[in-house]
Design a protein around this ligand. Structure first.
Ligand code: FEO
Length: 392
């Protein structure tokens, strides 16, 4: 773990999370070139509360951060652990912290307590503080209000609103890849995080946003990424766009799956035609580029082009993988064009269309461009027609 600079929230609300720069793949699938943070917070009042633990990769650093802050609170012990989310990147240390502090009460949703035994051997029944929608917990001068947020990643998720300092502890919501000491734009890595991790759950996120609209929020404390204090309307607007599956920007994402480069050539020629028409184009080589970036931009822009070679009578596998990801993430509300390649029996167009027809509210931009091995006059004419159709 790399030490982070002190994150300042308030006198009473303190950051005790950890940056992880060494992780190779988050969730064993996402490239995180700037790492990730596992956020955890301590609220110091008459009662002392820990808001979530961290990944097992960061246990020792987290315990040191916790002990540092406990030095300044009464009894030097925490009273409550609030569990927003049981996924192991946040919940790995629940049993360990309960064993360390025998008086510690665990606050969570009914589903949290139903799932806890799947992760831990400890009996939590004497410590259990099960909360439901709208329940409160008074800490002294701070009061926690609990709201259920099922499927804002997992079914047991809840968020907590602290009404004195007007802080929303938002679980995975408003999270971002990247350690807290990374200087980078929030939107890009928060969008990649959202589309790939929470993206399937647009309706539950919309439901949470409706609840959040009823709170006066001054600070958002997510479980990953920076604490958000300024211009909160910006983040709320992004979440509204993303969770409603509306395109964020006009533009064409071109995702290509090419074996020997000829399908890539067709994708590049289409990109050039679209750029000549003044279109923003974002192109991905699915065999080499980060799939999560391609998914991100497929959702970001209003049009998508799929270009794939036929392989063993099916789709070249990286295109199948891309389309499977789009299906998992509830891809919808876009216009989609297609380019297929096949040297003797092109099948990719038919197979891609089957996926596209399963996506909600997606229109097909015609024609399907068929390339037989390499571009020629006939297929270049089809590329022109597809470019025209995508710009109409
Ligand atoms: Fe960051 Fe769904 O755990």
């Amino acid at each position: 773990m790399s030490k982070i600079s002190k994150v300042v929230i308030s006198d009473a609300v303190r950051y005790i999370g950890c940056d992880d720069r060494e992780i190779d793949l988050f969730e064993s699938q996402y490239l995180v070139p700037n790492g990730v943070s596992y956020n955890s917070y301590l609220i110091a009042d008459e009662k002392t509360v820990i808001m979530d633990t961290v990944d097992a990769r960061a246990t020792q650093e987290w315990l040191a951060n916790l002990e540092r802050e406990l030095d300044s609170v009464p009894r030097h012990e925490p009273d409550y652990l609030v569990v927003s989310h049981l996924e192991p990147d946040h919940a790995a240390n629940i049993q360990a912290i309960c064993e360390k502090y025998p008086q510690l009460k665990v606050v969570g949703s009914a589903k949290t307590f139903a799932m806890l035994p799947q992760f831990f051997t400890m009996d939590f029944s004497d410590r259990k503080v099960e909360v439901k929608e709208g329940d409160t917990l008074c800490l002294g001068s701070h009061t926690l209000h609990f709201y259920m947020a099922p499927m804002v990643h997992w079914p047991e998720v809840m968020v907590t609103y602290e009404s004195t300092e007007k802080i929303l502890f938002s679980a995975d919501g408003f999270g971002k890849f990247g350690t807290l000491d990374t200087q980078e734009d929030w939107d890009c890595e928060a969008r990649r995080y959202y589309m790939n991790i929470v993206g399937k759950y647009g309706a539950p996120v919309q439901a949470l946003l409706k609840k959040a609209a009823g709170f006066d929020i001054q600070i958002i404390c997510p479980l990953h990424g920076p604490v958000l204090k300024d211009n909160l309307a910006h983040y709320l607007e992004k979440y509204d766009i993303w969770s409603s599956y509306r395109p964020e920007n006009e533009g064409v994402t071109i995702a290509y799956a090419s074996i020997h480069g000829n399908t890539a050539d067709a994708a590049r020629e289409l990109a050039a035609l679209l750029e000549q028409k003044g279109q923003k184009v974002s192109a991905f080589d699915l065999a080499r580029d980060d799939m999560a970036e391609a998914i991100e931009d497929a959702f970001r822009y209003d049009r998508l082009v799929l270009a794939a070679a036929t392989y063993d009578g099916g789709l070249f596998p990286c295109m199948e993988d891309f389309l499977y990801h789009l299906k998992l993430k509830n891809y919808q509300k876009r216009t989609i064009g297609m380019i297929e390649n096949g040297s003797w029996a092109p099948m990719a167009g038919k197979l891609m269309r089957e996926y596209v027809e399963g996506f909600k509210d997606c229109a097909v931009a015609e024609p399907l461009v068929t390339v037989k091995s390499t571009l020629n006059g006939a297929s270049r004419t089809l590329l022109q027609q597809l470019a025209d159709a995508l710009v109409k």
